[in-house]
Design a protein around this ligand. Structure first.
Ligand code: UDP
Length: 318
């Protein structure tokens, strides 16, 4: 049985990953400081003998007595309102110090370590779609920089630990992912639009709504992350994971409005600083190397996500 440590394990992607790994027969150590994650997300596996929750902030070194085979490093505030707000400095610390501490743990255990990087390393991209070789267009002093540059620094640390210390690394650049266990107050576009529609509140489009995103359903993202982790030891990535189906924010609003019986109206608000204009992953590498492609279309994924948010709608504060 493999022992797998997941940082950010009570967050949106982390909790779904923990549940899948436990169900597939691994021992899972779930590490989180619960700043943006929640124990509710892991309630269904909390009593499983192969599951253990460890309350810990990865900005501090982590001592684990048992031998660890794999580490998924997912911990980081990821919702723009969180990392551009009260968690800005903490976001850089989590990306950089967290990566250092987890890479040291991987080195000590001779474990394989996977970094959850992000499409944000490409910034406000000047190429379209974004392939892994594109080096990005990030504003290093803007409000998104703590996340973008933090994740970029984490990637460089991963590759230096690989070159200098021989640590087996995998880097996955995750594009916009949505689905069950997203926090209703996450502040991202999918959670906002669905919660607003369910409550009959205004649908808040930032800017003109012509900016694009490519939305990947959670299960597709988790599937590829697991495949990358289990690739041959020498394979490092980076690998883009995302769904190349590209939609304007306005189209997303229209899809949500068409699905939810609601009196909500679209309203336009200011576009946040450095908000990327166009985003779409080039997933050729994932398709060729892993025979992977996204299986859940936006319409189907939205249906499932709407059903989920109905169960938590009373929590929405927006
Ligand atoms: N957005 C929006 N209304 C909202 C929340 C977000 O129009 O209530 C826009 C946001 O400005 C961005 C896009 O939707 O252009 C995706 O935003 P999100 O925060 O979900 O993800 P990210 O910007 O990190 O890709």
């Amino acid at each position: 049985m493999k022992t797998i440590l997941v940082t950010g394990g009570t967050g949106f992607i982390g909790s779904n990953l923990c549940i899948r790994l436990v169900r597939e027969g691994s021992r899972v150590l779930c590490v989180d400081n619960n700043y943006t994650g929640s124990l509710d997300n892991i309630a269904e596996i909390a009593e499983d003998p192969n599951f253990q929750f460890i309350l810990h902030d990865i900005c501090e070194p982590l001592q684990i007595e048992e031998k660890i085979d794999q580490i998924y490093n997912l911990a980081c505030p990821a919702s723009p309102p969180a990392y551009q707000g009260k968690y800005a400095i903490r976001t850089t610390k989590t990306c950089v110090l967290g990566a250092l501490n987890m890479l040291e743990l991987a080195k000590k255990n001779n474990a394989v370590i996977l970094q959850a990087s992000t499409s944000e390393v490409y910034g406000d991209s000047l190429v379209h779609p974004q392939g892994e070789s594109y080096r990005g267009n990030v504003n290093p002093i803007g409000v998104r920089a703590c996340y973008d540059e933090g994740k970029r620094c984490a990637e460089s640390l991963f590759f230096d630990y690989h070159r200098q210390e021989g640590v087996a690394i995998k880097v996955v650049r995750i594009f916009n992912t949505y689905g069950p266990k997203m926090n209703p107050n996450d502040g991202r576009v999918v959670s906002n639009f669905i919660c607003q529609a369910l409550l009959g509140k205004d649908i808040t489009i930032y800017g003109d709504g012509l900016q694009t995103r490519s939305f990947c359903y959670l299960d597709d993202t988790v599937e590829l992350i697991i495949r990358i982790m289990n690739s041959e030891r020498s394979f490092t990535g980076p690998v883009n994971t995302g769904n190349p189906g590209e939609f304007t924010v306005k189209e997303l609003a229209e899809q949500v409005l068409a699905k939810v019986q609601t009196s909500s109206k679209i309203v336009y608000k200011d576009l946040p600083a450095d908000d990327p204009c166009k985003r779409c992953p080039d997933i050729s590498l994932a398709m060729e190397k892993f025979g992977w492609k996204p299986t859940v279309k936006l319409s189907e994924g939205l249906d499932k996500t709407i059903e989920y948010f109905k169960t938590r709608i009373q929590e929405y504060r927006g």
